[in-house]
Design a protein around this ligand. Sequence first.
Ligand code: KG4
Ligand code: ZN
Length: 342
Amino acid sequence: MKVLGIETSCDETGVAIYDSEKGLIANTLFTQIPIHAKYGGIVPELASRDHIRKILPLIHETLDQAKIPLSNIDGIAYTSGPGLVGALLVGAAIGRSLALALNIPAIAVHHMEAHLLATFLEDNPPQFPFVALLVSGGHTQLVHVEALGKYHLLGESLDDAAGEAFDKVAKVLGLPYPGGAALSKLAQQGNRSRFRFPRPMIDRPNCDFSFSGLKTHAVNIFRKNDGDQQTRADIAYAFQDAIVDTLCIKCLRALKQTQLTQIVLAGGVSANQMLRLKLQEAAKNDGLNVYYPRLEFCTDNGAMIAYTGYRYLQLGICDQDLAINVHPRWPLSSLTHHIKHL
Ligand code: KG4
Ligand code: ZN
């Protein structure tokens, strides 16, 4: 079975083909970051328009890369939510229409589910059940992953997502959008002992997060000090250290609570080297295992959509009607309904 995956939920147009026998056989991506960078954040209308411009050329490029004609595709997976409504509609309309024209099944994919399954594209993937830390620009969630499609929310951010906090602090420090990776790079030159930022909500016995106060703290420290390069690097270090530490503490708590031993990192912020390193260190002492996707599959991509679609299509689960539906807000835990016939 060959599944074509289409991702257009935000600011990356991603297309890929997953083959049930050979694995991932093609993967292409067009990033809109330069388009949005000059506005300091995503402009939804520009995102939709650019997805329209790029999606068909990318599908052609992906088929060329896989060296197969469109008629060899057996199923189409497209991101149906959560995300920007206009951007989602582009991928859903193309995916649904292509499936109808080719008379093959289509499947609506949940973007965050695809993030947490991206690690299955690597060698030695985890086994169900496990805990997943989903950390992206829009989400920070700890999820008990019982099985495919069975997700229980253990905790989430009550305000800003971790990626959003990284981006906002990065902006104040004068770094280009999206600032997560740039802030992390700047932090390497930071003095480790100059500032120590608070670890929000660690004294509460749950798995929830709050990053908005930490972000404001970073901004206040920046305003109180000279904005020289060293101070900016010191703030970047202290901010990253506080976020990473908080995420690690709550990951270990979620593992303890569920008595599970595997943790999967997923979403854009899982590209953060400090987070990977610190969690691995903490896990080693407790005999726990940490899994994460390769860097290019941490941020948005078509490969994770193609793979997630494949997992469902292989079980005979697909869209039941021809409606082009998108879900800009779509809780992961409601997915059990989506596959109740599993
Ligand atoms: O998953 P993703 O590509 O898009 C969403 O679904 O939101 O995540 C993007 C987020 C951005 O906030 C970006 O700053 C952050 O991931 N990010 C990072 C790093 N690389 C990307 N944050 C911290 N450290 C990084 N190395
Ligand atoms: Zn994402």
